[in-house]
Design a protein around this ligand. Structure first.
Ligand code: CS2
Length: 494
């Protein structure tokens, strides 16, 4: 392309000739939703669905105001501000087809670290009907082993002391809800879009724990007035790379500083439980159901756990991406056997879904050669993910006297990874995890105490006391420490 066009509102008409574009007037959009955590997933999922609704139906009152609470959110804030909230979503199909489009549903962006009051006022504005969250599994501030709110977090202590100058999501939510209550406005819905089982119930429990400590009467109001729908969200969204940015510039002549790439598959199943109205997302394929729990469990225990199985074992073997794992027969068989033998037996029946078809479709999605989802993304924050995705399955199988070996090998591999921080060939592997120090320190004691890693109570509770698990774990961890040839041990099991 001879000329490069910078992606922004002013240039939209010119861009239309190059990339499929919006069919609605962005000047009329009002932010009916405030979203905390504008990462790639929010932009490939909720913001995409909302954009589709705006494009095909008239829904200007459901624009999204993005919010970042931390300094780390400054980059996305700055990029989206420069681009007037616009970005490119690049859908990568398994057959090589690449379909970019411009997404326009994000109409504003506020950064809490710069001006907390502005964020609180926006949340408390009568136009805001929904407060949505993708704050990651680790962002809910619960202790993994007990599920209770972690009051020891210094930022939480800060927010209890300084309610008008909060740092955490809970400080912001209570400050905004307090304003709404005083102004006699209806409460907004708190819509969690994170990969946590019963994500709405979890958000509710955590917020109420915090609010009770801060202002008991406000907590009572929240309990009565705020709805917290549970939901299952799904779309594989790898980390954006420089080559995605270059691709847009080279092929389409569009300068977008932070596009998002994703797979074609998308799903959102959510409970129809809203405090102050909702967008008619069913028109664009979102499923509203009375009880989302069986869907959540199926997705977390098959897709997310399946990812962790491939990610941790793959990293140790030296595979760089999830699709590289799926090109390796041993990994494919191991994954399927884990899903069939350990994950499926503890799932509930999901109406209208054939689990065999679901697992087949997961294999096809993981194998998409164009997605190139890095194992490092999957392994990141394992301490927040594995208790929900994998250890929960292991515990249920222990209680039922069923197979635990496929999950146990993954935990032993996680220990080796955390200790050595390298793969079987000595290539470095980084631990990207809020608990990286703790993980490393516990794992590093394995040589003298093989059970050291699983003694971490905040992750494993008292699982170490279970003889069957700790015996099996000891055998597996010792094997991996003798010779990190993980594929050999996987082959022995399948
Ligand atoms: C992944 C998820 O973070 C992970 O480990 O399993 O991000 C996964 O790609 C999404 O939940 C897909 O919907």
């Amino acid at each position: 392309m001879d000329t490069t066009i910078i992606l922004n509102q002013k240039n939209l008409t010119q861009i239309t000739d190059r990339i499929p574009n919006l069919d609605y007037d962005r000047n009329n959009i009002k932010p009916g939703m405030v979203h905390i955590g504008v990462g790639g997933f929010h932009r490939s999922h909720q913001a995409f669905y909302t954009h589709e609704l705006m494009n095909k139906y008239n829904a200007p009152e459901w624009g999204i105001c993005g919010v970042g609470l931390r300094e780390g959110d400054r980059k996305i804030h700055d990029v989206l501000k420069k681009q007037d909230g616009l970005y490119t979503l690049i859908v990568k199909h398994p057959d090589g087809k690449i379909a970019p489009s411009i997404i326009g549903s994000i109409c504003d962006f506020l950064l809490g670290v710069d001006n907390p009051m502005l964020v609180i006022e926006r949340m408390a504005d009568p136009a805001t009907k929904i407060l949505s969250l993708t704050i990651t599994e680790g962002g809910y501030n619960f202790k993994p082993s007990t599920g209770e709110f972690d009051f020891e977090n210094p930022d939480i202590q800060h927010d209890l002391k300084y309610p008008d100058n909060p740092k955490t999501v809970y400080g912001y939510l209570t400050a905004a809800l307090k304003k709404r209550r005083e102004a006699k406005l209806p409460a907004f819905t708190i819509m969690s879009c994170d990969n946590i089982q019963h994500n709405g119930d979890m958000a509710r429990k955590m917020l109420l724990s915090f609010a009770k400590e801060q202002d008991a009467s406000l907590a009572g109001w929240i309990e009565k007035e705020v709805c917290f729908p549970n939901s299952m969200v799904d779309r594989i969204t790898p980390v954006t790379t420089q080559s995605d940015i270059d691709y847009l510039a080279k092929t389409y002549g569009i300068k977008d500083e932070w596009p998002v790439t994703c797979e074609p598959f998308i799903q959102w199943v959510i409970e129809d439980n809203f405090s102050d109205g909702r967008p008619e997302l069913e028109k664009v394929g979102v499923q509203f159901v009375p009880d989302v729990k069986p869907y959540e469990k199926m997705k977390l225990r098959l897709l997310n756990a399946g990812h962790s199985v491939l990610g941790l074992l793959g990293a140790l073997h030296g595979h760089k991406t999830i699709n590289a794992c799926m090109e390796d027969k041993t990994f494919v068989t191991y994954l399927r056997t884990f899903m069939d033998k350990e994950a499926t037996p503890v799932l509930d029946e999901v109406k209208g879904i054939d689990l065999k078809d679901y697992k087949d479709s997961l294999e096809a999605r993981f194998a998409n050669p164009n997605i190139k989802d890095s194992v490092s993304r999957i392994c990141s924050e394992s301490s927040a993910k594995l208790p929900k995705f994998l250890i929960a399955t292991l515990e249920e199988n222990l209680t039922a006297g069923k197979s635990i070996e496929f999950a146990t090998l993954v935990i032993a591999a996680w220990c080796y990874y955390s200790d050595k921080q390298s793969d079987k060939n000595g290539q470095p592997l980084e631990i990207i995890d809020a608990m990286s120090n703790e993980l490393h320190m516990a794992a590093a004691q394995t040589a003298s105490d093989p059970l050291a890693f699983i003694k971490q109570e905040s992750l494993f509770g008292d699982l170490v006391k279970n003889q069957r698990f700790s015996d099996l774990y000891t055998i597996m961890v010792q094997k991996i420490y003798r010779d990190a040839n993980i594929k050999k041990y996987m082959q022995e099991m399948i």
